[in-house]
Design a binder for this molecule. Structure first.
Ligand SMILES: Cc1cc2nc3c(=O)[nH]c(=O)nc-3n(C[C@H](O)[C@H](O)[C@H](O)COP(=O)(O)OP(=O)(O)OC[C@H]3O[C@@H](n4cnc5c(N)ncnc54)[C@H](O)[C@@H]3O)c2cc1C
Length: 510
């Protein structure tokens, strides 16, 4: 039975990052991915002359100019950063809703002043909200850096009492809690917090701490597009693993994680191959990881803890090729947020029930990837959040008709904003939570692991270690959270724990 220092189960971004870090540290590393290609949600597909992005809207955390952030330095260390080309996304979005049409620039001051000018009665509140957000982000940054280096964050935090007290005060707050006294106009609130969908909950439920990290990094560090999209991003990690001496097996899943007396021993693949491993890093969701452990699974207390956490939303996507260019349709920004109601809780109620959506984001990829389709056409991904559980309760007939009804409603919303969109559709593909489950195995087709509630974001999520010795977690379900940037960092955190367990003295750098 061949042996490895580490076997990584799953090649989503968390798994890829962990395997790249472990190989770079000199550990004998094997990554096993069930699908023919690595990436999990990070992928792409082609239909005729049209190149579709499967998930990515914008990549956060790279710095502006690129460099200097924990993510950029880490990607540099792995050899991923310079094997890719990045385009800056600016304007960052266009917001379209009842009585609202505004194209929003990136950068802290341009963002603040554009919104203040559009909503003069709320100008001061808008500025204060953004300033508060940036101020908290600057306090989080050093803690994030020490977390990323694998330092003892508790000790590091105690060395920075001011930052620690700001962080502790922010932890239990919601975005709405901060917004309520500052900004009155519901339209201004909508545009200011428009990217809440990136974190999977509306302002009334979303952690202020997590939102701040996200908004501030988009404004301060830029929103970026890796040329070639998330396929290129995931492939760059695979190359990094191989060039550092790691191995990657695709097209076969891990059927079992072997453990004895609470210590991990290896894995068994679907084709019965068995590999010994001193550590295992699982990119499968924690509940699926428990299933893989079988009768040697997690202790009851850990299962109960996982059971108390809410699973984040899934998505419905309409991938559309349109026989008109972005210019002909009048598209001004890579992303257009379309809201049918200024009340974000009403929009959320539709998400929770997986009903016909009130809001969506329409990304037109020709603005960042001009070669994605022929010049006289454009390719789009329309995305709405939609909880997985109601979809899974539908029988086949009800599922098919609901899928069509939701997709038609999304196309109609975009057509109202960009007339000619629906009449010129050349090709559409629709994905639902079932599609997400097929590609990743994630419970409910969740895209951010557990929800980013005030009590379950960042360091409040299940840790990267587990009650099984030598078994670690990477990906959206664990620390620091879901999304491309956090999933990559989660892989580094898991690798830091594994290297310590293995007695490797060198740190990951970045
Ligand atoms: C439509 C959509 C749009 C999004 N937009 C953005 C965005 O713009 N910006 C952003 O930051 N984030 C975005 N996200 C979220 C982001 O894609 C995810 O949070 C992130 O990619 C999750 O990474 P992960 O490491 O958890 O792995 P996942 O992507 O969940 O992948 C897990 C992998 O593990 C494999 N696996 C599981 N079990 C096994 C097994 N037993 N054996 C072998 N392999 C196994 C799966 O096949 C899969 O490849 C979006 C997601 C979606 C769906």
């Amino acid at each position: 039975m061949p042996g490895y220092d580490v076997v990584v189960v799953g090649g989503g971004l968390g798994g890829l990052s962990a395997a790249a870090a472990m190989s770079r540290l000199g550990a004998r590393t094997l990554l096993v991915e069930r699908h023919p290609k690595v990436g999990g949600y990070a992928g792409a597909f082609k239909r005729g002359p049209f190149q579709f992005e499967a998930s990515l809207h914008a990549l956060s955390g790279l710095g502006d100019p690129i460099g200097g952030t924990p993510l950029a330095r880490y990607l540099d260390y792995l050899g991923v950063l310079h094997s890719l080309r990045f385009e800056k996304i600016d304007p960052i979005y266009h917001s379209s809703g009842p009585g609202v049409e505004i194209t929003v620039p990136g950068g802290v001051e341009p963002f603040k002043e554009a919104l203040a000018a559009y909503f003069p009665l709320d100008a001061d509140g808008i500025r204060t909200f953004v300033d508060d957000c940036l101020s908290l982000y600057r306090k989080i940054r050093p803690l994030e850096e020490s977390l990323a280096r694998g330092d003892n964050t508790v000790l590091q935090s105690l060395k920075r009492p001011l930052a620690l007290s700001a962080v502790v005060r922010a932890m239990p707050q919601t975005v709405e809690g901060r917004l309520a006294s500052l900004v009155r106009d519901p339209a201004a609130r909508l545009v200011l917090t428009q990217i809440w969908g990136y974190f999977g909950l509306p302002p009334s439920k979303l952690s202020w701490f997590w939102f701040c990290g996200g908004l501030a990094t988009y404004l301060n560090d830029g929103a970026w597009w890796p040329v070639g999209g998330s396929r290129a991003f995931a492939d760059a990690f695979e190359r990094a693993i191989r060039s550092a001496g790691g191995e990657v097996i695709t097209g076969v899943g891990v059927r079992k994680i072997l453990a004895q007396r609470g210590v991990v021993k290896g894995v068994v693949l679907d084709d019965d191959r068995e590999f010994k491993a001193r550590t295992v890093i699982s990119n499968a969701d924690p509940m699926k990881t428990d299933d893989l452990l079988g009768q040697n699974g997690f202790p009851l207390w850990y299962r109960l803890h996982l059971g108390t956490l809410e699973v984040s939303a899934s998505t419905v996507n309409v991938y559309a090729a349109v026989g008109k260019s972005a210019r002909e349709l009048g598209v001004r920004a890579h992303e257009t947020f379309i809201s049918g109601d200024l009340n974000q809780d009403a929009a959320w109620d539709r998400v929770a029930a997986a009903a016909l959506p009130l809001n969506l984001v329409a990304a037109c990829y020709n603005l960042v990837e001009p070669g994605a389709s022929p010049d006289d056409s454009s390719v789009w991904m329309l995305t709405t959040l939609s909880n997985g559980a109601p979809w899974l309760a539908l029988d086949k007939g009800a599922y098919d008709s609901h899928k069509k009804a939701v997709a038609d409603a999304m196309i109609a919303m975009v057509d109202r904003r960009y007339p000619g969109f629906a009449a010129n559709l050349r090709r559409t593909e629709v994905s639902t939570p079932y599609t997400n489950i097929r590609y990743t195995g994630n419970t409910g087709g969740a895209i951010y692991g557990f929800s980013n509630r005030p009590w379950s974001h960042s360091v409040l999520r299940p840790g990267n270690d587990t009650p099984i010795k030598g078994l670690y977690l990477a990906g959206a379900w664990t620390r620091p959270g879901g999304g491309f940037q956090p999933a990559v960092i989660s892989g580094r955190l898991a690798a830091e724990l594994a290297r310590r367990y293995l007695g490797i003295n060198r740190h990951t750098e970045g």
